[in-house]
Design a protein. Structure first.
Length: 479
């Protein structure tokens, strides 16, 4: 595609040839190929301008930059105010604006995004619609899975996958939208059919610094720039705040407050639960936890607005498959072990409360850690939550990144309000310890990593899986 076509109506200053052919878009210098357009992005740790010469050496014929680079001959420079925003707009055009041919539902919030997108997709698939999922666990459509490593992929990758979805005749996309993605302009250039606000609890404050800035980032999604319609959790304080300020048509859902869609008569059945929608229909879920009733309400609001029948919603939710890393269960010698991605104070609290109810008179054992190089203030809060709800806690590692396991564990330990805990920094051994001290009828919660297949430490992602470790122990006990 000609460079001038990609830059049409974009506010920029061009130094050089605008009629060159652009054969690919890149923001990593090592991936650039001949005829590439390279986006020099300003990061929190590094400046993309440091990699311009490498990008040119690898084949870049044009550079998008926020500051003119001196003594750069033979390459077209496009000087812009915000390179990330321009990258998203150019990516949309380069791939033929594929999002315009899709009905995209965005889900944002601290917790619940993965489950809600999977609920929406499950029902749409049941109703005979070709549907894709984009989120923390990867990208899924037409029986294929692609790993991205990010909740919301970077815009070049995102538009490439939208284009591939069109080729595979996908109609709907249920997509997780992170606060980072909104703040970094990853979703500029296309519209969502509708967006969901689940909740806002303490997370990502290493980046946003305050809850207000975190909320402001999420709120940007709920404008006419990005969407036509909103679905809001009215049980959440920030949800109420959002509903009072947006200038979009919207509906609300809640369990404890008056809302457009409410759940009543919530009842635990087997390994799941059922509830009555306020229009009188019974909804059955194959997953426990009141928070999953809230997630289901969010999905129902979206689906009804899309015109999906209530019978398809009922059947699609009832037959929904287990979501990787979300309330995954395994029975080990009569002990129920639950693996969940819960990595925030609110997420840990919700999963522990749900499992406290399941345990009944049995013990509830909590195994969790916190990630390194992330907000430290939530560590002691999560320690306190675990010590209040669980009968016993094993503090372990999560993804230490470039912090020491010991220091992170000590931060968690500061919140413990009783002595019913130990520290075992080897995560595999921590799970083994939890199972060894449990008895039939007890419940163990292993929180924080979900389906992640690695432990990130000192710049290396070492292969590791909670579910694989639990399966290994189960096999050994059965031998």
């Amino acid at each position: 595609m000609k460079l001038f076509s990609l830059l049409k109506n974009i506010n920029c200053r061009v130094l050089g040839n605008m009629v060159i052919d652009i054969k690919g878009l890149y923001h990593k210098d090592t991936e650039v190929k001949e005829g590439g357009l390279f986006f020099s992005l300003r990061g929190t740790r590094v400046d993309g301008s440091n990699y311009v010469l490498s990008a040119i050496k690898n084949g870049a014929v044009a550079i998008v930059t926020e500051q003119e680079i001196q003594n750069l001959s033979g390459v077209t420079q496009i000087v812009v105010k915000n390179a990330r925003e321009i990258m998203s707009l150019v990516a949309c055009r380069f791939y033929g604006n594929p999002a315009n041919k899709l009905k995209i539902i965005g889900v944002t919030g601290t917790n619940g995004k993965t489950t809600i997108t999977n609920m929406i997709a499950s029902v749409l698939e049941f109703a005979g619609k070709k549907t894709a999922i984009i989120g923390t666990n990867g990208i899924y459509f037409c029986g294929m899975k692609y790993s991205t490593g990010l909740t919301t992929p970077d815009p070049i990758e995102l538009q490439k996958y939208f284009s591939l979805m069109i080729k595979n005749k996908v109609e709907y996309v249920a997509m997780e939208v992170s606060a980072h993605a909104i703040d970094l302009h990853k979703i500029d250039g296309f519209m969502f059919e509708q967006v969901v606000f689940t909740n806002l609890t303490e997370d990502h404050l290493d980046y946003f610094k305050t809850m207000e800035r975190y909320f402001e980032a999420k709120s940007k999604l709920f404008t006419r720039k990005y969407t036509k319609f909103a679905v809001i959790n009215f049980d959440d304080t920030y949800g109420k705040k959002l509903a009072s300020s947006i200038k979009l048509p919207y509906v609300t859902y809640a369990i404890n407050e008056n809302a457009n869609y409410e759940a009543t008569k919530i009842e635990v059945i087997d390994a799941g639960q059922k509830f009555i929608l306020n229009n009188g229909y019974e909804i059955n879920l194959s997953m426990a936890g009141k928070f999953n009733v809230s997630n289901a309400l969010a999905a129902i609001c979206v689906l009804l607005n899309l015109g999906v029948s209530i019978s398809d919603i009922q059947n699609g939710l009832k037959k929904m498959k287990q979501v990787d890393g979300r309330f995954n269960t395994m029975l080990v010698a009569g002990v129920l072990v639950v693996v969940d991605y819960a990595h925030t104070p609110d997420g840990l609290k919700n999963i522990l409360i749900a499992c406290r109810d399941i345990a009944g008179k049995g013990k509830l054992i909590s195994v969790f850690g916190c990630g390194g190089n992330r907000e430290t203030q939530k560590r002691s809060i999560m320690g306190e939550i675990s010590s209040k709800i669980a009968n016993f806690t094993i503090i372990t590692s999560d993804n230490p990144r470039f912090e020491s396991r010991e220091a992170i564990a000590k931060d968690i330990e500061k919140g413990m309000i009783n002595s019913n805990y130990i520290i075992e920094l080897d995560r595999a051994k921590a799970i083994e310890k939890a199972i060894s001290i449990s008895k039939k009828g007890d419940v163990i919660v292993v929180a924080g990593k979900g389906s992640e297949p690695y432990i990130d430490e000192n710049g290396v992602k070492m292969p590791y899986s909670d579910m694989a470790q639990i399966e290994k122990i189960r096999s050994e006990l059965n031998d």
